[in-house]
Design a protein around this ligand. Structure first.
Ligand SMILES: [Zn+2]
Ligand SMILES: [Zn+2]
Length: 382
């Protein structure tokens, strides 16, 4: 474990600093090390998170007292956040009272949240077996790095909207004063500020579109059409709720399409495949090797097998998304009748035919369509 740094040093304050001084210093450092301002700089992100960790302690009177008295050891057993594994946006939303607003309206539901985004990926059936990773590229709105989202040319500032006096909402009276309606201010669009000198990079929007590429982990057992949700990879909060982007990002929804495999038909976690066998194998029984999604499997064909009979091999299907328990591989027997036979085979069959008495009735009773019906019922039944 790395040596733990002194929290006062991290926040560059004296041990006697007031809580306001600590807060101010944290805000300044968080902005300095914010990953959006230091793109691609891993050290900046580490600093950013260290500051959050330090502030969580020093910004809390009780935790600060414990830390002052016993150092890092004093905090053991005290609930704390694992900032290293947290998203920057989550950290921002945690300390929303420090970063929040920037003059914009606070959303009534607490922390401002951005839009979710959706994208799609295609995977092969065989990839459902163990899960896989996919690189996805998508476009999303980002807080403009030039103006930090306020839309004003650097050096200038947005001014308070004259129409709504910065409230973002206006009251309208209708029907001789019978109704009072509160609507979003048409002049500023609800932000409470107007930009006179627009930022050139975002044309005053405060947001720019950026292509983003991430690796998405697709879990084993996923079904066609299911969605993998990647937290906080969506858009930053909308301008009306947070110009600076403070708050939480929306999520990225990845819709997974599983392409068909000619060899198998998927029935939930089971894989169904046709298995062609010869007449004599059906009569005498046989062990037939087939290729499953993960290597060869031996199928035991019982003596006296009928067309359409199914043989199930447990745990050679696909894993269940939740339990990870594997379904079965189901071979459906198709008795192959050769179009051409040799003279020797003809001779043997003719010999055999003399001994044979075909029972027409049984073919109807236990026939193909009945088997199909039973098979269908067994799938829908579980
Ligand atoms: Zn801008
Ligand atoms: Zn306004």
């Amino acid at each position: 474990m790395a040596e733990q740094r002194c929290y006062y040093q991290i926040l560059t304050v004296e041990k006697t600093a007031s809580s306001d001084e600590i807060k101010r210093s944290y805000r300044r450092l968080a902005m300095k090390w914010h990953p959006d301002r230091n793109p691609g700089d891993a050290q900046a992100e580490i600093e950013f998170k260290s500051c959050a960790e330090a502030y969580e302690v020093l910004g809390d009177a009780e935790k600060r007292r414990l830390y002052d008295a016993h150092g890092h050891a004093g905090l053991r057993g005290n609930p704390h956040h694992d900032f290293r594994s947290m998203h920057v946006e989550e950290i921002f939303s945690m300390f929303n009272d420090i970063f929040g607003g920037g003059g914009s309206r606070r959303s009534s539901g607490g922390v401002p949240r951005g839009y979710d985004l959706q994208t799609e990926v295609e995977i092969k059936l065989v990839e459902v077996l163990n899960g896989c990773k996919r690189e996805v590229t998508f476009s999303r709105a980002e807080v403009c790095g030039t103006c930090q989202g306020d839309g004003a040319k650097p050096g200038s500032k947005p001014i308070t909207c004259a129409t709504c006096q910065g409230h973002g909402q206006v009251q309208q009276t209708g029907l001789g004063g019978m109704f009072r309606m509160v609507t979003t201010c048409p002049n500023c669009g609800g932000g409470g500020k107007v930009i006179t000198d627009k930022c050139a990079a975002c044309r005053g929007n405060g947001r720019v579109r950026v292509n983003r590429k991430i690796d998405v982990t697709i879990p084993a057992g996923i079904q066609d059409g299911q969605v993998v949700r990647v937290q906080a990879e969506g858009e930053p909060p909308r301008l009306e709720t947070s110009r600076s982007g403070a708050g939480v990002r929306g999520d990225l929804h990845v819709v997974v399409h599983v392409t068909n495999d000619d060899r198998f038909e998927r029935q939930d976690d089971d894989l169904v495949m046709p298995l062609a066998i010869g007449y004599s194998q059906a009569v005498l029984g046989a062990v037939v090797e087939v290729v499953s999604l993960d290597g060869p499997v031996h199928i035991k064909v019982k003596a006296g097998s009928q067309q359409g009979d199914v043989v199930r091999v447990d745990e050679r299907g696909l894993p269940n998304l939740r339990t990870k328990r594997r379904g079965g591989l189901i071979a459906m027997l198709m008795i192959h009748v050769p179009r051409k036979i040799t003279d020797r085979q003809r001779q043997l069959l003719e010999e055999f035919a003399k001994t044979e008495k075909v029972d027409v009735k049984s073919a109807h009773e236990g026939g193909f369509w009945q088997k199909m019906k039973e098979l269908k019922e067994s799938f829908t039944g579980n």
